[in-house]
Design a protein around this ligand. Structure first.
Ligand code: MN
Length: 334
């Protein structure tokens, strides 16, 4: 019996006990976070539950406007909620409690019941019930199998959200962790979503001139370290302000694939000083076995996957860069 089969009845029993259920999107939400939240929302509503989905820290990217149910997401932060109004919080696609909100630390156990459903290898299993399956390339694929075990009815709206989560977290079915199971699952889902190419196109072709200005700054801000084995795009708060980049267009994850495409850069990072002394770093590796960036992120208080991870450092940006380079040098013997 795998982890999903083992936990499926336990989670279902917990849901059946609850009336009002809370879901969230993680900071800088990606399609796996938003798609998983909305797919779970529709499934819980099939069970007759009252469901609240909050955006928490970040605005939902405009490119997700065509995900079914997107307008049901409340623009509310986790810390604005009265938790006593809920019986259960299902925390999805969130490898640590910091992925609920980064505004303040969140201490577990919470005053309500909690379930974690996630695929991040670094997940410390911080909820009352934890379903963590790190061999899965997306939380949405995990939900597909969970809903199947629960014998829920698949609908267009659930399938569209799960498909976008899987498509995006696998990089369009090309990242490690993508298996024949992933394709089988996606194949089943698109039976319900024949217009899936339009959903993908709407998401991927939704950039603004402000984002292109950010991308240009990012590509003009590259430095290499350790004999050209590390390639970092490093943007200070001042550089971002001088270039007049709108805050919602500062999207390091969108630049990461370009950095990763450089043959000799074994580990890449987008280093962004969001506020003076608040440095957000997104790591990527072409070979997660040889250069596991979840380990690097964990050493810096963050987490993630072997090939994609992140951390936030509260220090001047140049100190953050020096620290990351030193840790990478030790960890990977570069
Ligand atoms: Mn994910």
């Amino acid at each position: 019996m795998n982890e999903i089969q083992a936990k499926a009845p336990v989670i279902l029993a917990e849901i059946q006990k609850a009336n009002s259920i809370l879901l969230h999107c993680h900071p800088s939400p990606d399609p796996d976070s938003v798609g998983s939240a909305l797919a779970m929302k529709f499934t819980l509503e099939q069970m007759g539950k009252k469901v609240t989905v909050i955006s928490s820290d970040s605005d939902i990217p405009r490119g997700f406007n065509h995900f079914p149910g997107i307008t049901d997401i409340q623009r509310t932060n986790f810390f604005e909620l009265d938790l006593k109004k809920f019986d259960l919080f299902i925390i999805q696609d969130s490898g640590s409690s910091g992925m609920i909100s980064r505004f303040k630390p969140i201490t577990f156990p919470l005053p309500i019941r909690t379930i974690v459903i996630d695929h991040h290898v670094s997940n410390p299993k911080y909820a009352d019930i934890n379903l963590v399956e790190s061999s899965y390339p997306a939380t949405a694929q995990l939900l597909f199998e969970l809903f199947l075990i629960w014998d829920m009815e698949m609908t267009h709206d659930i399938a569209a959200n799960l498909f976008m989560g899987i498509y995006s977290d696998t990089g369009g079915f090309k990242y490690p962790g993508t298996t024949s199971r992933t394709f089988a699952c996606a194949g089943k889902l698109i039976e319900f979503v024949p217009e899936f190419p339009k959903l993908i196109s709407d998401m991927e072709n939704s950039n603004t001139p402000g984002f292109i200005t950010f991308e240009a700054l990012a590509l003009n801000s590259i430095r290499t370290f350790l004999n050209g084995t590390l390639g970092f795009s490093i943007m200070s708060n001042k550089a971002l302000a001088d270039a007049k980049i709108p805050k919602n267009e500062i999207r390091g994850d969108a630049v990461s694939p370009i950095l990763r495409s450089v043959e000799n850069w074994l580990v890449t990072a987008v280093v962004i000083e969001l506020e003076p002394g608040n440095v957000k770093i997104s790591f990527r590796s072409k070979d997660g076995d040889m250069y596991d960036v979840s380990k690097l992120a964990s050493m810096l208080g963050g987490g993630g996957h072997a090939a994609a991870s992140g951390a936030t450092l509260m220090m001047p940006i140049e100190d953050a860069v020096s620290l990351v380079v030193a840790k990478a040098k030790d960890l990977y013997n570069l």
